[in-house]
Write a protein that binds this ligand. Structure first.
Ligand code: HEC
Length: 288
């Protein structure tokens, strides 16, 4: 009897492993097109103990701010999220991210449309940490009008929204410039991109080598400020960094969740050991 239960358990777990790998395989293959091979990037944040590379997320914010924000919004993000625990500019000294000087400076760098509470007039003012990232266009129609009829999607959760996740976004940004297959008709305003469903995308290649100049990054490493020199802003570097930023924006609480998961595993392990010994102790004198 015992043996059969074991066998069933074994068969079930083998089935689970097979099912999970094949499902993963299918969703991954869906992003890749005929001859283009999706490049798999070794992301820091993958795996049960993975965490975001803070310097990369910070550089990624710079790429978003200086390039992508001309067309794409981040509807689910407020400036203060940049300074939240797990965020790229979190600083222990500023438990309240609204006081974080980086967050304040970034927010003030954006213009927010508001209503004057006394006159009711529409006014423009600098952003504050409590503001949401503003929409670039007043509405979808305006966004389409500026982009040849195509709507630039909101990027806050795009990494979670596309099969292939971070690899999809990275490959989408780096796969421009290849020769389109002869049978693909690219009408005006469309570009060949083998990662995009159908191979045609209405987004012009947003990145070009050294389009921006990276600022060096200061990180507080247990009380000492370390400066991470700025890498050269190649297409690949910017694509990696902005993808890391968008991975964070899609799942800002990932690190906390993983460390809680890890603590829970340790707790369960200790509990199992204790239960084992108490079982031994309770049944010690009983014949069984
Ligand atoms: C000049 C405007 C413009 C800029 C700048 C721009 N995009 Fe886009 N983007 C678009 C448009 C338009 C689409 C919709 C394309 C379509 O549907 O064919 C799009 C689509 C996308 C998509 C979704 C593709 C899909 O699977 O549907 C991603 C991801 C993306 N952009 C990321 C970025 C990133 C990251 C940057 C900055 C490095 C950026 N974009 C800069 C206009 C822009």
């Amino acid at each position: 009897m015992k043996l059969t239960i074991n066998k069933i358990a074994l068969a079930l777990s083998a089935f689970a492993v097979l099912a999970s790998t094949s499902v993963f395989g299918v969703s991954y293959a869906a992003g890749a097109k005929s001859e283009y091979k999706m490049e798999h990037v070794h992301w820091h944040f993958n795996g049960p103990r993975g965490s975001y590379d803070r310097a990369a997320v910070q550089r990624g914010y710079q790429v978003y701010r200086e390039i992508c924000s001309a067309c794409h919004a981040l509807d689910y993000l407020s400036f203060r999220h940049l300074g939240d625990k797990g965020g790229p500019y979190y600083d222990k000294a500023y438990k309240n991210p609204n006081d974080n000087p980086y967050v304040k400076a970034f927010a003030a760098d954006w213009t927010i449309k508001d209503i004057d509470s006394e006159t009711g007039d529409v006014i423009e003012r600098p952003g504050t940490p409590a503001d949401k990232f503003p929409s670039i266009f007043d509405n979808d129609a305006a966004a389409r009008a500026s982009n040849g009829g195509a709507l630039p999607p909101d990027l806050s959760v795009i990494v979670a929204a596309r099969g292939g996740g971070a690899d999809y976004v990275y490959n989408l940004l780096t796969a421009y410039g290849l020769d389109a297959p002869k049978d693909l008709k690219l009408t005006g305003g469309l570009y060949y991109n083998p990662v995009m469903e159908g191979g045609a995308i209405a987004m012009a290649p947003p990145l070009a080598d050294e389009l921006i100049e990276y600022a060096p990054i200061e990180v507080n490493d247990h009380g000492t400020i370390k400066t991470i020199p700025a890498p050269v802003a190649t297409v690949e570097q910017m694509a990696k960094d902005v993808t890391e930023f968008l991975a964070w924006s899609a799942d800002p609480k990932m690190e906390q969740r993983k460390s809680l998961g890890f603590a829970t595993m340790i707790y369960l392990l200790i509990l199992s050991v204790l239960l084992y010994f108490s079982y031994k102790a309770v049944w010690r004198d009983v014949e069984h």
